[in-house]
Design a protein around this ligand. Sequence first.
Ligand SMILES: Cc1cc2nc3c(=O)[nH]c(=O)nc-3n(C[C@H](O)[C@H](O)[C@H](O)COP(=O)(O)OP(=O)(O)OC[C@H]3O[C@@H](n4cnc5c(N)ncnc54)[C@H](O)[C@@H]3O)c2cc1C
Length: 465
Amino acid sequence: MNAASEIPPVAIDSSVVAGLRSIVGWAHLLEDPDVTSSYATDWTGRFKGAASVVVRPANTGEVAQVIALCGEAGIAVVPQGGNTGLVGGGVPLAGEAVLSVRRLSGITDIDERSGQLTAGAGATIAEVQAAALAAGWAYGVDLGSRDSATVGGTIATNAGGLEVLRHGATRAQLLGVEAVLGSGAVVAHMGGLMKDNTGYDLAGLLCGSEGTLGVLTAARLRLVPPSPERAVALIGFASTESAVASAFILRRALPDLQSLELFQHDGLDLVCRTTGTAHPFATPYPVYLLAEVAAQRDPLPALAEALDSVTAIGDVAVAIDSVRRSQLWRYREGHTEAINTLGAPHKLDVTLPAPVLAQFIDRVPGVVRRVAPRAQVWLFGHVGDGNVHVNVTGVPPDDALVDQQVLVYAASLGGSISAEHGIGTAKRPWLHLNRSEAEVAAFRCIKAALDPMGVLNPNVLLPPG
Ligand SMILES: Cc1cc2nc3c(=O)[nH]c(=O)nc-3n(C[C@H](O)[C@H](O)[C@H](O)COP(=O)(O)OP(=O)(O)OC[C@H]3O[C@@H](n4cnc5c(N)ncnc54)[C@H](O)[C@@H]3O)c2cc1C
């Protein structure tokens, strides 16, 4: 259906190619398949397409001209940032043109007093974090793909990540955006006012729209006070139930809790084997929690007191210096790359209501194996948000039965089929599990109003028809 199939690029009239080239310049209109192929394959390798052309505009004006020309010529466009998305939404699976925003990468207008900055859509999250730190602040979004994922991509997907339980997802960081709508109109509301109830929240609407309504070109971002003192605990548990119950205790006990992650023994073992790292404890545990506390003063006493109140702990390792903290984090952050060494995984990213979270984690491998007996299931994620990443290997990329099983099971328990990665092309057939007909009809009205020519990501988010 949507995975690695050999899709030819859509032929574009040479006069349109010439027009695009005159907008962005020779060096930034790419046609050679050897060059464009990296823009056409997603990070996992599961989604492979072919770009008719890759266009790399330098500024908002050029983006607007590209969209206007493609609209007139009836050419579909896939906006792309860092190409770290995991649901096939940023690659040209139907031979579309790719509009890469990576050249829009400036970070400007840093306001050290109010804690705000303006970032081009092509700036990476690591660059925003560094700029915030240099100004005495921090950016409230962090994720494993920070060195490549862009401001535009994280807004388009409303990215979550490792600090949602403290600072909220990307939408909560937005004070305004600038974007070129599918109609070609440029909208910008970048005043950075904390309170501004002057009509529809366009920034909030474009956030999470997955490139279907507009191309984000810049954003005004709020920063958060820095929390330089950190402590990390890795905790082993004998059961999922006890780990999840303890996670809720830690959330309540630790106001400075920054991250709360869960993973299992199989995943930890894979990370250790792939990276040549030793296991953290002499005895293996079925389930682990990784908790990071970040504060302006020593967070260790509060962490120690909270850990004392958790009775189900099997073993615990605590780190305060940055080298040891990174080592503990590596057990969690190494999962994505370690799993990719086994072949293109099916990556399903779901949220569950708290009362059924442990049940889902324990039962979902059986749900998968009912349709794919030889599949391997890897479970990890941001447990503090109820968010579980279900990764399945050993299944052909275009076999969607596994995806269906997992998503139907999550929805049947009252969960969401997309916690933070978006719908993309991968989950379009199952949007109805979470969204009513009336909601999807409203989505289509919004799409038709902001992208009347249907230029932007026509194969993403909304189900066909
Ligand atoms: C190792 C790893 C760890 C990850 N961890 C997390 C995590 O913890 N939390 C999380 O939420 N995600 C995570 N992701 C997924 C991914 O990094 C995010 O979805 C991220 O927001 C994508 O940003 P990007 O710039 O790479 O966007 P892309 O992959 O380029 O695009 C993603 C989507 O946004 C659209 N888009 C991109 N740029 C624009 C723009 N300027 N205007 C309009 N639309 C645009 C694309 O068309 C596509 O639909 C992870 C990925 C990897 C590889």
